[in-house]
Design a protein around this ligand. Structure first.
Ligand code: GRF
Length: 212
């Protein structure tokens, strides 16, 4: 029994900082799961590197602070990451969730959040890392693809895999139908992983901070 249980104080929900660059449907799935009481967490801040990312409006609609930190405004990646780190630290974030965030993070940033940064990617890694993963899967004619949640290291989509969900590819699929099917799987998979983190079933992975 810890001191909170002894005093009967409520357990503090997991504090998430969500980094986005675009539509924010994964962010929405996280916000919805919290609102439904399925995920014992709160999104303390949403940060976009793009000013017009629709994800920002989704955050504001849910009453979550939403900031833009435009990467172009900084001399280099290190300076941009320092600004991100400051904003996340001010919001007292426990874990950083990359939900369609299109920038690679520096080792210094990753060390600061030692093994507490997770990303979602629209393929069964290690197949099709990087941009246009769904397009790559279609071009290769794979019959099964899917999505992956992984810890973030300094490489591109190369961190330790946490969970995956397979998605079939049909002969009729085009980019839009296959992307929609993968997105639906992503929303479920990401929330499942965050539930595991919130419940203490998935622990930080500090070694990811230094591995490529
Ligand atoms: C998702 O497909 C995710 O896997 C990738 O970027 C996309 C973001 O979609 N990293 P959304 O902005 O959450 O709708």
């Amino acid at each position: 029994m810890d001191s909170r249980e002894m005093t009967g104080a409520a357990k503090k929900p997991l504090s998430l900082g969500v980094l986005v660059s675009g539509t924010g449907s994964n962010l929405q799935a996280i916000l919805d799961a919290i609102a439904q009481g399925r995920l014992d967490a709160r999104v303390s801040v949403v940060i976009s590197n793009r000013e017009n990312a629709p994800a920002l409006a989704r955050a504001r609609a849910a009453g979550v602070p939403a900031l833009t930190i435009p990467h172009q405004a900084f001399a280099d990646r290190a300076a941009f990451d320092r600004a991100l780190h400051t904003a996340l630290a001010e919001a007292e974030v426990d874990w950083v969730v990359l939900a369609g965030f299109m920038r690679v993070l520096t080792p210094t940033f990753l060390r600061a959040f030692a093994g507490r940064v997770v990303n979602i990617h629209p393929s069964l890694l290690p197949a099709f890392p990087g941009v246009d993963a769904v397009k790559q899967a279609l071009a290769h004619g794979v019959k099964i693809t899917g999505c992956t949640v992984h810890f973030v290291n300094q490489g591109v989509d190369s961190g330790k895999i946490i969970a995956q969900h397979a998605v079939p590819v049909t002969a009729e699929d085009d980019l839009s139908t296959l992307s929609a099917r993968i997105h639906a799987a992503e929303h479920e998979l990401f929330v499942n992983v965050l539930e595991d983190i919130a419940a203490g079933r998935l622990l930080p992975l500090p070694s990811e901070a230094t591995e490529a």
